[in-house]
Every structure is written in C-alpha cells, then in structure tokens.
Design a protein. Structure first.
Length: 214
DNA sequence: GAGGAGATCGTCT
DNA sequence: GACGATCTCCTCT
C-alpha cells in the first residue's frame, strides 16, 4: 500500500484546542511511523482526554515535573511515559504553551505494516482475534509502533520531517461513542473516553464500551 | 468469556 | 517506599 495517502499532516492549530474537542476529531485519523523503507500506519479508533491541572486523573494534576513537562508545552508534541514496569503509553499535548492538557491513544486499527507490527509485538497473526491484539490497548499500540520514551518523548508530531506523525486521509467516522475512562481511580466517572462505535479494534470489554450519560 | 493476580520499574513523596 | 492512564497468564464457569 502506498503511503502517499497519509501525507496530509494535522496542523499545530488542530491540537491547540480543548482536548475533548480534539479527541472527537482525532478519531478516524491515521497514526504513521516512517522507518527507512517501511511505513506503519493505523487508524485511531479510541482515545481519552486528560484535561490538565483541573483533572485529578491527569499526570499534570500535581503540577509540572520533569516527567510531564511536554503536557505543559506547546500543542502537537508526543508525551510518552513508562508505566507498570512494562509498558509505554503515547499521548499528544493539547492547548496553548503553558496550559496542560493531552490525549491518550488507546486503540488503533492497523492499515499498513502489519507484519512489522506483529514482529515488534512478538505475535503471529492466525486470526482476526490475533490482529486485534496488535494495537488494541495503549501498551500494545506503543509496542507495535516501537514507541519509547527515549525515542519519541517530546517529538513534534506536526513536523513534515518527523518519523512519527498523524495524518488525515479523508476518512469520515460514522458514529462516535463516549464512555468513562479506563484504568483510573480518580475522576473515573467522567465521560472522557471517545471511540468509533462498533469498531472491532477498540480495547476493553463490551460492558466497558457502553456509553455513559454526559 | 470473565475475573484475579503477578510482573516490573520509573516517578514522586 | 508506595503507587500506577497495562498486559498476560492462569483458573473458573
């Protein structure tokens, strides 16, 4: 598959807004990793909004530290953190420089470079279920895209020179669903998780994917 | 298929 | 020293 269709990058202004708004519009866009001759691409099907210093569940809630500095910086930059001793998670910063806010990537639908993703994840693809395991979950998608803090934290996702970026291929999302965020204990009831309704690559169980009142 | 527990280590207090 | 925006394996139903 040609990578020409993923050349239209999202601008810095796209991210310079409320994370809830950016979340809705980020669904359906394409995360792209370019390596020498290889292109990895996957559609964004599930994200979560973290609102900054007013959101108890956000890393930025306790204020700026060395670790979360990217969240307080300009919009459109990758914030990558390591968690549970095993996993990296990818976020993108939102809102203007000096105001904290970000979006966690929770699940993707693979479009190109599936074999490479499977090698990175150390899995073999024998069924649709195996394919789903590639990128459905924050830790899984980071591993599939070889995303690490050392390599990608602080990277400008709006730069044409970046090897990691987000593109718009014109895909229109049929229906967006909103649910509570996953894996957190503080402010857990807020409907800040956004997903493409009915998409097979969304993470979590059926119960988790039921909409909540907003 | 659902639920529970362990692994494992960076970050913050 | 405690905790965590997770994943996988194992057991039970």
């Amino acid at each position: 598959m040609s990578s020409a269709r993923w050349q239209k990058l999202l601008s810095r202004e796209f991210y310079d807004r409320d994370p809830r708004r950016v979340c809705r519009e980020l669904l359906g866009k394409v995360l792209v990793r370019k390596e020498r001759s290889q292109v990895l691409a996957a559609r964004i099907v599930e994200v979560e909004a973290y609102l900054g210093e007013d959101d108890p569940a956000a890393h930025s809630f306790a204020g700026r530290t060395l670790r979360n500095a990217v969240l307080f910086g300009p919009p459109g930059y990758a914030y990558v953190y390591f968690i549970y001793g095993n996993h990296y998670c990818l976020n993108v910063s939102c809102l203007p420089d000096g105001v904290a806010g970000g979006i966690l990537f929770r699940a993707l639908e693979p479009l190109a470079g599936v074999e490479k993703m499977a090698r990175s994840r150390n899995v073999t693809i024998n069924s649709a279920r195996d394919l789903r395991k590639l990128t459905s979950g924050p830790g899984r998608l980071a591993e599939a895209f070889c995303i690490t803090r050392e390599r990608d934290n602080g990277k400008d996702l709006t730069s044409p020179r970046a090897d990691l970026f987000i593109a718009d291929d014109g895909y229109r999302v049929p229906h967006v669903l909103t649910t509570a965020r996953i894996g957190i204990t503080k402010a857990a009831a807020l409907p800040l998780r956004y997903l493409i309704a009915g998409n097979e690559f969304v993470s979590g169980t059926k119960i988790r994917n039921l909409p909540v009142a907003s």
